[in-house]
Design a protein around this ligand. Sequence first.
Ligand code: GDP
Length: 366
Amino acid sequence: MEHPENDSQYIGLTVNGGVEQPPIVNPYLKKRPRRKPLPTASELVEGILKGDITALSRAVTLVESLAPDHYALAQEVIEKCLPHSGNSRRIGITGVPGAGKSTSIDVFGLHVLKDGGKLAVLAIDPSSERTKGSILGDKTRMEKLSVHPGAFIRPSPSAGSLGGVARKTRETIVLCEAAGYNNIFVETVGVGQSETAVHSMVDFFLLIQIAGAGDELQGIKRGIMEMADGIVINKADGDNVGPAQLAQAQYRSALHLFPPTASGWRPEVLTYSGYYELGIPEVWDMIDRYFAFVKENGYFEIKRQEQARWWMYETIDEQLRKHFYDNPAIETLLKGAEADVLAHRKSSFAAAAAVLDHYFNKSSEA
Ligand code: GDP
């Protein structure tokens, strides 16, 4: 094209030819290696049963994955591991942030592993969904355990609802047990949401408390205390020994007001120091006594059966809800129904009935 600016008469700026654009793709870049193909269920199960950590980690990752083909494979692995599971002590450990859970799990874990065996530390952390980062189960929080060859530490699965996260942890327990982990700790933040889920998968529920300022029992959800098989007051060291003992007395008298537990076990209250490693054998002695007690009176089995039933219904509930809410037609209908309810055009019940009618007619046609 002719550029008038390039005329020799013109004294302004001239236009130069452009430069070749370099290609946007780097020609020297090597092709990325293809992702490793998924292992088969039998390969994974074989590895897990041999106690191979890599196979176990891969299977847990599949359990946590949201991809449908991973889900199917994970379920197959779980089914195959199920006959090899169940042979462990499952212990739930809860306490508010700062109560000393990770410090304590580090020393409790080493205490348990002293006599051999293996320990898996799992976590259920509902906050990890919101913050996109798990505050529990982080390896760096358990310095000694994380380098112990008998310990397997896994942070909380982060995707999905609390129910979904809890189910994944429940399934991970099966895999860990099949891999020979005879001690399972499930850690959770004691703030009231995830405790029911943890309670539904452990044999013993340990509540870690600290002696704080003011009323010791304030801010503690009664429901959590009611679930606890043992309450332990941490940081009973230095000047804190007195306040910890006072808290112990208060918890003991509070527990007297609670109805008897289904197991017949009377929850105990102890003090200890995770940091200075004081009173650790006593805490473990209590847990040993609990297991002896419930194995003797049959409650151990009863509770595990109740939990198995609970999980069956929980899974049905979850799948039904998912099938309903994931349906695009229902999603649209719900928006309209919600608007009708808010504008007082329909009652909540009539609006719900209309959506459900549509859903059930649809699903029976499908
Ligand atoms: P988590 O949030 O419940 O996991 O609590 P951490 O284990 O991270 O502990 C919180 C803080 O309390 C840390 O600064 C620990 O060093 C401290 N801590 C934990 N256990 C004890 C204990 O037995 N005695 C004392 N004095 N401090 C402790």
